[in-house]
Design a protein around this ligand. Structure first.
Ligand SMILES: [Zn+2]
Length: 202
């Protein structure tokens, strides 16, 4: 089975093998970048599932790198673990503010513990990934459409009261259910894209 892709950013190559060997033994696909610029290049070539990064590095420090990673739209939800020798609370705080998923101390983290953290973070991400969302159009005069409009206080035309776009039914799959079950709500595809609230939830 092919496992997730992990990108390790670390300039101390002697140190890297300590834990990359462990990760490769667990069948993760591991790539190593020795600085931030190289890391960004490797992300563009093939998006990893998780990034482990050092803070003190040549070319670009870990914070700047983290900022640059999070600027990429496709990386906003990508888990990142800061792996550093530094143990200052303000470093931790800054890392979390910049969107790091975890902050681990290199000296106190054994390869086994690192592996455990990675598995934990990736399983949470996978659960999120499995939540699929579908936009369904409604025929305003068919079946129970007039009834639901009336009962839920929606316009009979199923048009958004703000921008007059046809409302859609957004179905979101429920990962906690074994059956094919969805949560649904009426949304305006136009206003939703502008990040305002959905029109109506039922
Ligand atoms: Zn609208």
């Amino acid at each position: 089975m092919k496992r997730e892709k992990i990108l390790v950013v670390e300039d101390r190559l002697d140190f890297v093998s300590l834990y990359t060997d462990k990760l490769r033994a667990e069948k993760f696909q591991v790539r190593v970048a020795s600085n931030g610029t190289e890391c960004l290049k490797l992300i563009d070539e093939d998006r990893p599932d998780l990034i482990i990064l050092d803070l003190v590095m040549p070319v670009m420090d870990g914070f700047t790198l983290l900022e640059n990673i999070k600027k990429k739209t496709e990386c906003q939800n990508m888990p990142t673990i800061v792996f550093s020798m530094r143990e200052y609370p303000e470093d931790k705080k800054k890392a979390f503010q910049l969107g790091a998923s975890d902050y681990l101390n290199k000296i106190h983290t054994t390869p086994n513990l690192l592996l455990q953290k990675i598995n934990q973070i990736l399983s949470q991400t996978t659960e999120k990934k499995e939540t699929a969302s579908y936009w369904i159009a409604i025929k305003e005069s068919l079946f129970d459409a007039p009834k639901i409009a009336k009962d839920s206080n929606l316009p009979m035309s199923f048009k958004c009261s703000r921008c007059n776009t046809s409302l859609l039914l957004q179905l979101t799959s429920q990962t906690d259910s074994e059956k094919l079950e969805f949560k649904c709500r009426f949304c305006c595809p136009n206003c939703t894209q502008q990040k305002t609230n959905p029109i109506k939830e039922v």
